[in-house]
Design a protein around this ligand. Structure first.
Ligand SMILES: NC(=O)c1ccc[n+]([C@@H]2O[C@H](COP(=O)([O-])OP(=O)(O)OC[C@H]3O[C@@H](n4cnc5c(N)ncnc54)[C@H](OP(=O)(O)O)[C@@H]3O)[C@@H](O)[C@H]2O)c1
Length: 342
């Protein structure tokens, strides 16, 4: 198997690269080299996917059986990459996202759910992170790839991905916060369903599908109803060994105080369908999701051993300021005196 990985050094791609090398694949990695060189065993082609000459030079290193485009997010750029690689590559695998679904997080989604409207030639003219543009842009990338590769396309649409090297910083924030101890503001109810997927399981499933030559679209998430937000925070408490007290606070009250879902309290979404992605198709094809506690434990082990993700603009978005958290907890105690006293 000759595999080209476009990206491959931050988080999901990094895991795909090392898992592919472990499987004995002949791996080529293409990125700018800003985040380090690929591990021993991979061929490195340094270049920028925004630069047509770099992309043309990359094609000269082919042929490949499969390209895995891990992090493409601008349709016009992905189109150029796909067009250059089509003559020298058999199939195109694209890591997309749950955000491609127009109805997420307002309704449950499966692979037949409607996607955002988008076009394969679009370029927004900016590379700044924009959560509202993200989903439609990824759909545009999928369209561009299909135009160049027809049916020889595999699309993976993961829900939230956690694990070592996660640079968005969601689980890392909770681990550090709970490790710091004291009273920790948490959005009730603790039995809210939750279905993040471990980065290693995303990589493993993707490579299994690559190996089987499968096409089509797969949602990738932990089984609905298996995990809860309460279990996440309990696991964080367990692995950090801290004396934190988790204080569950009514989420509607938090919303009225202006607490920002998803970022200020990472991974919290008050909408009931935020964690309702049907990944049954992938599960039937062999997706195995390790226990949430293992993801939490391994991420903490990585952080505790000096693990540091790549710098990313999204990292700073996450977490609540200590003074604001303390103020909210004091106000919650005031408005719910009996709960506070118990
Ligand atoms: N995180 C989540 O919870 C989540 C959920 C659902 C879906 N996803 C999807 O999962 C994927 C996550 O990808 P990742 O960032 O972890 O992938 P990655 O492949 O590990 O990292 C991104 C790669 O892109 C390279 N790169 C960035 N700009 C480049 C450019 N202009 N030219 C060439 N290479 C460039 C980076 O290296 P250099 O900087 O050295 O160039 C790096 O190797 C994304 O597609 C995302 O949409 C994520």
């Amino acid at each position: 198997m000759r595999l080209l990985i476009v990206g491959g050094s931050w988080f999901v791609g990094r895991e795909i690269v090392s898992a592919a090398i472990s499987r004995g694949y002949d791996v080529t990695v293409f990125n700018r080299g800003r985040s380090g060189r690929p591990p021993v065993g991979a061929t490195f082609v340094q270049g920028d996917w925004e630069d047509r000459w770099d992309v043309a030079r990359l094609a000269g290193h082919g042929p490949w059986d499969v390209v895995v485009d891990v992090a493409g997010s601008i349709p016009a750029v992905v189109r150029n990459v796909a067009r250059s690689l089509a003559p020298v590559t058999g199939r195109y695998v694209f890591i997309s996202t749950i955000s491609a679904y127009r109805d997420w997080p307002y309704a449950p989604v499966d692979e037949s759910s409607p996607l955002w409207d988008s076009t394969p030639d679009h370029d927004p003219g900016t590379r700044r992170w924009d959560p509202d543009a993200y989903g439609p842009l990824k759909v545009g990338c999928e369209l561009a790839i299909r135009r160049e590769f027809g049916d020889d396309v595999l699309v993976i649409r993961p829900h939230v991905i956690l694990g070592p090297h996660e640079y968005v910083g969601r689980l890392a924030w909770w681990l550090r916060r709970i490790d710091r101890g004291g009273r920790v503001l948490a959005p009730a109810p603790p039995d809210r369903g939750f279905q993040p997927v471990d980065v290693r399981d995303v990589a493993s499933f993707t490579l299994d599908q690559v190996g089987q030559g499968s096409n089509g679209v797969y949602n990738v998430a932990a089984p609905i109803g298996r995990d809860t937000y309460g279990a996440l925070l309990a696991a964080c408490k367990e692995v950090t060994g801290g004396a934190a007290e988790i204080v569950w606070v009514d989420e509607q009250w938090l919303l009225r105080q202006g607490v920002v879902e998803w970022t200020e309290l990472p991974l919290w979404r008050a909408l009931p369908n935020a964690w309702a992605m049907d990944a049954g198709r992938a599960q039937a094809e062999g997706l195995r999701c390790r226990p949430l506690e293992v993801t939490v434990r391994d991420t903490w082990a990585w952080l505790s051993n000096g693990g540091r993700p790549v710098d990313h603009e999204r990292f700073a978005e996450h977490g609540i300021a200590p003074a604001r958290e303390a103020g909210l907890l004091a106000e919650w105690d005031r408005v719910t005196p009996r709960a506070a006293a118990s």
